[in-house]
Design a protein around this ligand. Structure first.
Ligand code: NAI
Length: 468
């Protein structure tokens, strides 16, 4: 006899575990099948959380060694204990993943440790991590299996010399040199970590700019600041081959348009050229679940796949591959199943890059507005004119607010600067409430605070910023 549930979620990452908890709160008998051995998916185990632990720790190391003196703080004998730093990261990960197990117990979600496969007719076969198999059945099945590292032809990831983000989060020593392929979020965050810890870091990017989905002006400023910190950028360049030898890995590169070959020798290489949907071993083909041409699970507006009763959310359905987008989809799906109006506003999903300074955005950027032929006004405010940023000694960067030229509605906010990842929350809320730049400009902001820069950018839309 198979155990039966109202909902079986396959995948215990931010999309899956949130869907499972919300469904349980709504009265569904819910199971979550996860094969990793710990809950939390890529994000908690080998992604967002461990990278932020290392970004924070490496930032402290760099501050103590190079930055605190300007505040009159003398620190002698700064040293690196990489094992302790990794210990901090591992503890943060384990506390977080155990936290999800606790939340499952609290909400009475059944956690099944194993690999799930659709068996048709509302059945899921699970190869249990502990050995053996178990068949589960449910009225609804949710695929929330996320994404996996996208490799590059000719580069075999061994997680020792040629690394994915997973290997780059667990190096036992600081490499003398690290070549990063891809100037996206992972490349810049993990490139920053190892540069701060002492590696010579070279970032090779195919395009003529970094961070392709971000506003070009913000990306340009970010590149300037990161280059000042010591990251080397080689833009408009593609990697055609890699060869491991005693001295490290030799990357053969050429200009993106062809020609001008150049070899780059580095002790380690990080491949950070994107991620792909994870659908291996799920039995989707047999179950009749259709995929898009790019291999994502095809869903309708209510996350239902081509098979009634089988749903999918998160990275596996495409769109922004972000934990918070997956979480919101998980919430929305659970609410739909309960007959409630679940909803995700894809126009107001923030993106954050946790470099120093941080980079954050929500809504549309200038290039997108121009391409769509939408007339807009721009308000910009630099952190050099923000009292709090100056007091913190962190006055690099700016806030840029884009508002509809006709209605003044906020269409996008783009920030490079201190705590941009936290500052963006106000802009997201403003957009969720369809605010105008006037609304933000009229909102009282505490002084002195970094948030005043957003208010001033809103004032600047009409040319009335006070402090510039
Ligand atoms: P990405 O899509 O952000 O960046 C990949 C970069 O690699 C792009 O700039 C692309 O032009 C470049 N590229 C592609 N092929 C190349 C080649 N052959 N040679 C040189 N450059 C090449 O992907 P990334 O950084 O791997 O991140 C994967 C996903 O994880 C993204 O969707 C990202 O949003 C998410 N993520 C989010 C984080 C956050 O929210 N802070 C942190 C880390 C990852």
């Amino acid at each position: 006899m198979s155990q039966s549930f109202d909902l079986i979620v396959i995948g215990g990452g931010p999309g899956g575990y949130v869907a499972a908890i919300r469904a349980a709160q709504l009265g569904f008998k819910t199971a979550c099948v996860e094969k990793r051995g710990t809950l939390g998916g890529t994000c908690l185990n080998v992604g967002c959380i461990p990278s932020k632990a290392l970004l924070t720790a490496s930032h402290h190391y760099e501050s103590a060694g190079h930055d605190l003196a300007r505040f009159g703080v003398k620190v002698d004998g700064v040293g690196l204990d990489l094992a302790a730093m990794m210990g901090h990261k591992d503890k943060v990960v384990s506390d977080n993943t155990k936290g999800i197990e606790f939340l499952f117990k609290k909400n009475k979600v059944t956690y099944v440790a194993g690999a799930g496969r659709l068996a048709g007719g509302g059945l899921v076969d699970v190869s249990l991590n502990a050995g053996g198999t178990e068949q589960l059945s449910a009225k609804h099945i949710l695929i929330a299996t996320g994404s996996d590292v996208l490799g590059l032809p000719g580069l075999e990831i061994d997680e020792k010399k040629i690394l994915s983000s997973t290997g780059a989060l667990a190096l036992p020593n600081v490499p003398k040199s690290l070549a990063v392929i891809g100037a996206g979020v992972i490349g810049l965050e993990l490139g920053s970590v190892w540069r701060r810890l002492g590696a010579e870091v070279t970032v090779v990017e195919y395009l003529d700019r970094i961070l392709p989905p971000f506003d070009a002006e913000v990306a340009k400023q970010a590149q300037r600041l990161l280059a000042k910190q010591g990251l080397n950028f080689k833009l408009s360049r593609k990697v055609t081959a890699a060869k491991s030898g005693k001295a490290g890995v030799t990357l053969t590169t050429e200009a993106a348009a062809g020609g001008s070959p150049e070899d780059i020798l580095a002790e380690c290489v990080l491949v950070a050229v994107g991620r792909k949907p994870y659908v291996d071993g799920l039995g989707l083909d047999k179950a009749g679940v259709e995929l898009t041409p790019k291999g994502f699970v095809k869903v309708d507006g209510h996350f239902q796949s081509s098979v009634p009763g089988v749903y999918a959310i998160g990275d596996v359905i495409g769109g922004a591959m972000l934990a918070h987008k997956a979480e919101d989809e998980g919430m929305a799906l659970a609410e739909h199943l309960a007959g409630k109006p679940g909803h995700v506003n894809y126009d107001a999903i923030p993106s954050v890059v946790y470099t120093w300074p941080e980079i954050a955005c929500v809504g549309r950027n200038e290039e997108e507005l121009k391409a769509a032929g939408i007339a807009y006004k721009t308000g910009k405010f630099p952190f050099t004119a923000n009292g709090r940023a100056r007091a913190m000694g962190e006055s690099d960067g700016f806030v840029k607010l884009l508002a509809d030229a006709r209605t003044d509605r906020v269409l996008g906010v783009h920030i490079v600067g201190p705590h941009a990842g936290d500052l963006i929350a106000e802009a997201v809320l403003a957009m969720e409430f369809a605010a105008s730049s006037e609304d933000i400009a009229r909102t009282c902001h505490a002084h002195p605070a970094l948030g005043e820069a957003l208010k001033e950018a809103a004032l600047a839309v009409d040319g009335r910023a006070v402090h510039i």
